[in-house]
Design a protein around this ligand. Structure first.
Ligand SMILES: Nc1ncnc2c1ncn2[C@@H]1O[C@H](COP(=O)(O)OP(=O)(O)OP(=O)(O)O)[C@@H](O)[C@H]1O
Ligand SMILES: [Zn+2]
Length: 619
């Protein structure tokens, strides 16, 4: 076992790269300095925001708007002047942080907040053959993962679920059932009126949307009538045509469009239809706060009249803002008071029309910003665990662990708010590498199911290779024809609009995709899936995985149908029971003139049945 002096010597000479100087990063830099690390470099692309100050304790009010990496370095040096701490105020994706750069360090510690950057650092560490300690926190949950090439699984060995929940467009545009659907819609309204118009974020009724719950029930005569109505024109254009008159915009969104929705009556067979609401009526629905007062009452529920006033006030203010800066495109920002008030008012009016409980602006802000509160204690524990694992590795201790923080399960299974005050610490040996991983295994293969007659080369690059597979600058060659399909220096840009089939990429094609920056080459196996439209695609690590996924989906669908059938049967049984009971009551009435004996028998039977029902209900 090495002596403390030896150990300390190693700690002093080990060169560390820290990526991220936010919540975990600040705690980590402090811990590293306090443990005796002397050679550390930190990279962060961001500047300090006022909202960081409650937990990113190296930063003070006077540092707001300065570089996080720079200030963190300066403050750590104040209490540990001997440390050789360098920094870069830059993104880890920059070309200067290439494999050679990573090779200069003995170990990399991630303190990031997004999957894309984590994937990238994972690949760079794999290419440079450097150990990586990955970390993350989300509210009361935290995690630290030790990644060593060839020994443990890498960050991408297991597929991570998408972090942001998305909702079907027809739910947002036609049939919201939860407040979050109205909040998402309100954010889209903001974009359509004042921000960047995205055709996927349309807010008007979606006539073409099938009712996903009753797909066979579209196409009756009234629907046809609704479909014949002229399609509503673009929201921004329409608003411009009425000079952004707040009352008229309100009426368009909450009266005319809702009236139009109500006509699509296949949507309302099993749901309550919404109620159209005009601005004139809305302003008299409940007591109204002034625009200024309402903004200060962000934890109170606004009446619909207040929402209408806030809506009108925000439209006026936002219009001023876009007129003042015509070259600047506004984008949704939860911390912009007017934008947030607009979204809250819009979401609440829509919720009200669809009989959904309204919420406070504070609650809507959390939903609109996908906010999970960052908890300082979780970050502190995570940073402590990172240093513990780093020291173990430097020590040559093979007993590295992946650690997790969870909140304590309540023994009685009841939810108590006190629960939240406890955090428990779990650890386990890291998993071995996944032999099918397309990042760290020998067989770097990905199977992609596309419609080659519809997907373009541009979409293959942007959506598949860059967005889905996280490559930065892919070069692609068709192994069958040896044709260069994509070149990162732009030589093949003329091919971008072409469909894959136009350049002979069909079912069975194998593309070699090479990312020079990440030093990663993978094989992309093309499989034809005629049912896929446009640029849509599905990814699997093997044909087998794809088959298994399909079998799982079929099984789920079967289960869903069975459940629906059972429910229907139960309802039918219940109806016939009711029917029988009603008949019996009629019989009983008719026979009330008959001798007493018969009536007693009927009463006994009915009473018995009722008792039995009561017991079942109690069970
Ligand atoms: N590509 C990147 N290159 C360098 N630093 C990055 C990159 N992506 C994210 N970061 C940094 O990682 C840090 C993550 O810290 P943290 O999770 O506390 O986020 P935050 O933005 O500071 O706080 P919050 O998101 O909770 O408001 C941030 O400071 C962020 O700037
Ligand atoms: Zn892997």
């Amino acid at each position: 076992m090495p002596s403390w002096k030896e150990k300390h010597g190693k700690i002093q000479t080990t060169k560390l790269l820290v990526v991220g100087a936010g919540g975990i990063g600040c705690e980590l830099l402090k811990n590293l300095a306090a443990t005796g690390f002397q050679n550390v470099h930190v990279i962060d692309l961001d500047t300090i925001d006022i909202s960081n100050l409650n937990r990113q304790f190296l930063f003070r009010k006077e540092h707001v708007s300065s570089s996080k990496a720079e200030i963190a370095t300066k403050v750590v040096k104040q209490f540990c002047p001997s440390i050789n701490l360098g920094f870069d105020h830059a993104s880890i994706f920059e070309e200067e942080f290439n494999v050679e750069f990573f090779k200069k360090f003995d170990m990399v510690l991630n303190a990031l907040d997004n999957k894309k950057a984590r994937n990238h650092v994972n690949r760079m560490c794999h290419a440079a053959n450097k150990p990586l300690i990955e970390s993350g926190s989300s509210g009361y949950f935290g995690q630290v993962q030790v990644i060593m090439r060839g020994k443990t699984e890498c960050y991408e060995c297991q597929e991570k679920p998408a972090s942001q929940k998305t909702f079907p467009g027809c739910t947002i545009r036609n049939t919201p059932s939860e407040h979050i659907h109205c909040t998402v819609w309100a954010k889209h309204v903001f974009n359509q009126l004042f921000g960047e118009v995205d055709i996927d974020d349309d807010v008007s009724p979606d006539m073409e949307a099938e009712d996903t719950e009753n797909p066979n029930e579209t196409g009756n005569s009234q629907d046809d009538e609704a479909a014949k109505e002229p399609a509503p024109i673009g929201t921004r254009k329409w608003a411009e045509s009425v000079n952004f008159d707040a009352a008229k915009v309100f009426d368009k969104l909450f009266f005319q469009d809702i009236q139009y929705l109500v006509k699509m009556d296949h949507l309302w067979k099993q749901r309550k239809p919404p109620t159209p609401l005009s601005f004139a009526v809305a302003t008299t629905t409940g007591e109204s706060l002034s625009f200024a007062d309402a903004q200060n009452k962000d934890t109170s529920i606004w009446s619909i009249a207040t929402c209408a006033n806030v809506f009108a006030g925000c439209v006026r203010e936002l219009l001023k803002e876009i007129k003042l800066n015509p070259d600047v495109t506004l984008s949704f920002d939860k911390d912009h008071p007017i934008i947030m008030a607009f979204v809250a008012a819009c979401a609440n009016v829509r919720a009200h029309l669809f009989s959904i409980h309204t919420k406070t602006m504070f609650e809507i802000k959390a939903m609109a910003g996908n906010i999970i509160p960052a908890i300082a204690s979780t970050n502190a524990i995570v940073a402590g665990m990172i240093v513990t694992e780093a020291v173990k590795m430097i020590d040559g201790n093979a007993d590295v662990k992946s650690s997790f923080i969870r909140n304590q399960p309540n023994p009685r299974g009841k939810k108590l708010s006190l629960n939240r005050l406890f955090q428990i610490f779990l650890e386990g040996a890291p998993y071995p590498p996944n032999p099918k991983c397309y990042v760290c295994s020998e067989t770097r293969e990905v199977f992609i199911y596309v419609n080659p007659a519809e997907m373009t080369v541009g979409a293959l690059r942007d959506k598949v290779l860059m967005q889905e597979l996280n490559m930065l600058q892919p070069d692609v060659m068709d192994t069958n024809t040896a044709n260069v399909v994509l070149s990162s220096d732009g030589d093949t840009d003329s091919l971008l609009p072409k469909k894959l089939s136009e350049i002979s990429i069909e079912d069975g094609a194998i593309l070699t995709c090479d990312d020079f920056m990440q030093d990663m080459v993978l094989k992309l196996f093309i499989r034809r899936a005629n049912h896929l439209r446009g640029d849509n695609f599905e990814i699997a690590r093997s044909d087998k995985e794809k088959d298994e996924e399909e079998a799982r989906k079929k099984e789920q669908e079967k289960h869903r149908l069975e459940e629906a059938e059972n429910k229907e049967k139960l309802e039918t049984d219940h109806k016939s029971e009711e029917e029988e009971r009603r008949k019996r009551k009629v019989d009983e009435k008719e026979s009330s003139e008959e001798p007493d004996v018969k009536r007693t028998k009927v009463e006994e039977k009915t009473g018995g049945e009722e008792n039995e029902n009561k017991i079942l209900a109690m069970e």
